[in-house]
Design a protein around this ligand. Sequence first.
Ligand code: NAP
Length: 240
Amino acid sequence: MQFAGKVALVTGGTDGIGRQIALQLQALGADVLVTGRDKDRLARAGHEGMTAIEADLTGPAGVDAVMRGLAGRSIDVLINNAGMGTDHDFRVARPDVAGDERTLWLNVHAPIRLIVELMAMLQTRPEAMIVNVTSGLAIAPSAGNPVYCATKAALRSYTQSLRAQLKGSRIHVLEALPPLVDTAMTTRRTGRKLSAQECARQIIAAMRNDADEANVGMVRILKAVNQVAPWLARRIMIGF
Ligand SMILES: NC(=O)c1ccc[n+]([C@@H]2O[C@H](COP(=O)([O-])OP(=O)(O)OC[C@H]3O[C@@H](n4cnc5c(N)ncnc54)[C@H](OP(=O)(O)O)[C@@H]3O)[C@@H](O)[C@H]2O)c1
């Protein structure tokens, strides 16, 4: 896909990977709409020439807010990027079930609901794309974040089915699988982190090539290991 003249909606496009995707799409000539909750970050996106939509996507009201924010405008590209993870480790404490439910909503329900709400409109576009941002942890889970990993595996599975349903249509479906990336989400994590800018660059390169997947950074290696020895991929990732 070429982005000049296209309209792209990036959920969670005000910070981290989503912000870098939004900025790079804009630089390639796209008109960009972003969603988020923080008012200052939304205002910054507005000053940068993006349309900023305030929406908390941990519940159905957030999806309604996005639809209202679009105000009937057509989009060509939907990037379901907003995501979160909460602690869920019985070795440490009783998990916070309210946090788990927010995570499930933001990471799974919200992307699916946005796809459902926007599908009829996307089908009218000459060329359209749906990008779902999952994670390397969708391929094989870690022990420490079971709910987060489960949401990403669920979205990966949904994305694969959706791609099969839309095969031959004008809507391309891409899954982006980032590795550990240096963003607000990973401040407590140690280890080598890819920059959000480079992660976005690789995702956009995959979008330009109409690839099925953007296996970013080390995920490319994980994917290769998983293809030949899934048990080894699981063993590596479970301690991650
Ligand atoms: N960072 C990593 O290492 C990594 C690795 C693999 C996959 N991913 C995935 O990549 C995506 C982006 O992650 P990131 O690291 O860039 O995250 P981030 O830096 O925390 O940014 C998240 C973005 O989503 C928005 N957001 C957060 N909670 C939201 C909510 N409840 N409703 C609506 N928007 C919300 C944030 O804005 P507000 O806070 O203002 O709402 C922000 O714009 C996520 O799906 C994540 O799971 C990240």
